[in-house]
Write a protein that binds this ligand. Structure first.
Ligand SMILES: [Zn+2]
Length: 304
């Protein structure tokens, strides 16, 4: 049973919009792409744990703290007799393992996920013990990407390679016949309550309204859409062929605006400027009136 879901973080959503609308520095862009790739890998793993038949509680995407040290957990699975901790890696390409170090070919050293895993494992154990829970923790790194190859892979069961994932999950299904009870539910509740909501803005570059490209981007490929004319009710993306109702695209753009500028007022003028490709202010005003709450009056009206 899924106890805590995963969703795209505000950080990732913000970086996605900024990436569409400004030139991110190489460092910011690479951070964004890594974050996005990591999230996609985690979602792929979620779709597999979703199909598990054993009775368990799944908590995805946790940020916890023990002894003033924060640690992140991609996926946690509580069964009647154990806790499974998963670190999901969406690495792609050819890698090799040498003297306990992990390299991407030809020779770029990557942080060994086993180090991160044993750190999370230890901190989680201490955290649970501080609340009186003494449950065995089984920790694994899941290499989720089918295009990941690891030469000289260590003979450790902490690493689960792409070709081993299905076998591992099948084995997991067969291991536990007991049902979860109040004790495990209480534990899940405890861990869920300790989850920290992190500041989403620490890795976001600075930006302002004037500097960002205005317009409405395609929902699928993020290409900037061109005006469909006043009578047209749908946008058609010339890049990927997607269609979207104009009102939906405007509502989506208002949410992007809110995400980037939580302190700016949403007004007909600001959204007209933000969307750019909707010529008629009346049309913007109609959409705002129908889908957002209005505050103030006449020319002072704004929306929430
Ligand atoms: Zn498109």
């Amino acid at each position: 049973m899924l106890y805590k879901t995963r969703s795209e973080s505000t950080e990732l959503l913000t970086l996605q919009v900024l990436n569409n609308r400004m030139n991110l520095s190489e460092k910011d862009k690479s951070y964004f792409l890594n974050l996005k790739k990591g999230y996609e890998g985690e979602m792929t793993f979620d779709s597999l744990t979703d199909k598990l038949e054993l009775d368990c509680l799944i908590l995805n995407d946790l940020l916890l703290k023990q002894n003033n040290t924060s640690f992140q957990i991609d996926s946690l699975l509580i069964t009647p007799d154990s806790i499974y901790l998963f670190e999901v890696k969406n690495f792609e390409g050819d890698f090799y393992y040498e003297h306990d170090r992990l390299y991407k070919k030809p020779k770029t050293e990557i942080n060994n996920p086993l180090t991160q895993l044993s750190r999370s494992d230890s901190l989680l154990r201490q955290l649970l013990q501080s609340y009186g829970y003494h449950i065995p923790i089984k920790a694994h790194v899941i290499f989720i990407n089918p295009k990941f190859t690891l030469y000289q892979a260590p003979l450790t069961d902490s690493y689960i390679l792409p070709t081993q994932i299905n076998k591992y999950l099948t084995k997991l299904n067969s291991l536990h016949s007991m049902k979860i009870n109040q004790k495990q539910l209480k534990l899940a509740e405890k861990i869920g309550s300790l989850h920290i909501v992190d500041s989403p803005f620490k890795n976001i570059p600075s930006y302002d309204f004037a500097q960002l490209q205005k317009g409405i981007t395609c929902i699928k490929c993020h290409f900037f859409l061109t005006s469909g004319g006043a009578r047209i009710h749908k946008f058609h993306c010339s890049e990927c062929g997607s269609h979207e109702a104009i009102k939906d695209a405007v509502i989506r753009s208002v949410h992007e605006f809110k995400l980037l500028f939580p302190n700016h007022k949403i007004t007909t003028n600001s959204i007209h400027e933000w969307c750019q490709v909707i010529e008629s202010k009346k049309r913007i005003s109609r959409i705002l009136k129908s889908y957002f709450k209005s505050r103030g009056e006449k020319q002072w009206t704004f929306y929430e």
